[in-house]
Design a binder for this molecule. Structure first.
Ligand code: IMP
Length: 203
């Protein structure tokens, strides 16, 4: 199958492309289909993933995978959530990390729980779609650790691994991460022929 991955985030694209390798699909990017994705106005990760995937599938004529993901910090009532990519109107990963640390200043180690959520929507040009969700529990450190990854990776400690996402190889991150778990569900559904397709949404 030829599949379009509809994301303009290079970190996400890399993880999705690597993660899909077991299915042997031919993967295309928005560099092959240079249209602009619609603004993410949904209230949930599901809404935004569907919005992006359905729009891109309609415009490309190809089955399209989109990811909507983000960080939810318990002590901040779930912030930044669906606003993770534009938290505090900051323009770079570094500035958003600094802003998050400011918002959490003074919180002791026991009150720094957070989780990452990823929702993958695989939309088909006929309007049908598949949805997969993955979550990873962790803690926000008081200072960054590690050089790899993207976004909030250097601040997000996975206690069972003893490492931040930014200290993991791509393979290790895939094992522990929200996106890796959602991808695993997608791959298993396709390998086992157990795909659950949702009906097209009404416009
Ligand atoms: P969106 O899905 O395009 O709205 O953006 C999600 C945002 O959440 C990204 O820009 C990152 O800031 C953050 N995010 C999502 N997944 C990850 C991850 O695996 N590591 C670090 N940050 C992430």
């Amino acid at each position: 199958m030829r599949l379009l991955i509809a994301t303009s985030n290079p970190g996400k694209f890399r993880e999705l492309k690597e993660g899909l390798a077991p299915l042997g699909w031919t993967v295309l990017s928005l560099l092959d289909y240079p249209f602009k994705l619609p603004p993410e106005e949904g209230a949930t990760f599901e809404d935004n993933a569907i919005l992006k995937a359905a729009f891109a599938a309609r415009h490309s004529g190809l089955p399209t995978l989109a990811d909507d993901s983000g960080l939810e910090v318990k002590a901040l009532g779930g912030e930044p959530g669906v606003y993770s990519a534009r938290y505090g109107n900051r323009n770079s990963d570094l500035e958003r990390n600094v802003y998050l640390l400011e918002r959490m200043r003074g919180l002791p180690p026991g009150e720094r729980q957070a989780r990452f959520v990823a929702v993958l929507a695989l939309a088909y040009p006929d309007g049908y779609l598949e949805l997969y969700r993955g979550e990873t529990e962790g803690e926000i450190l008081e200072a960054p650790r590690g050089d790899w990854g993207f976004g909030y990776d250097p601040l997000f400690l996975v206690p069972e691994a003893g490492k931040t996402f930014a200290e993991m190889t791509l393979e290790e991150k895939a094992r522990y991460s929200h996106r890796g778990k959602a991808l695993k569900a997608l791959i298993e559904a396709h390998q086992q022929g157990l795909v659950r397709r949702e009906a097209p949404m009404q416009e």
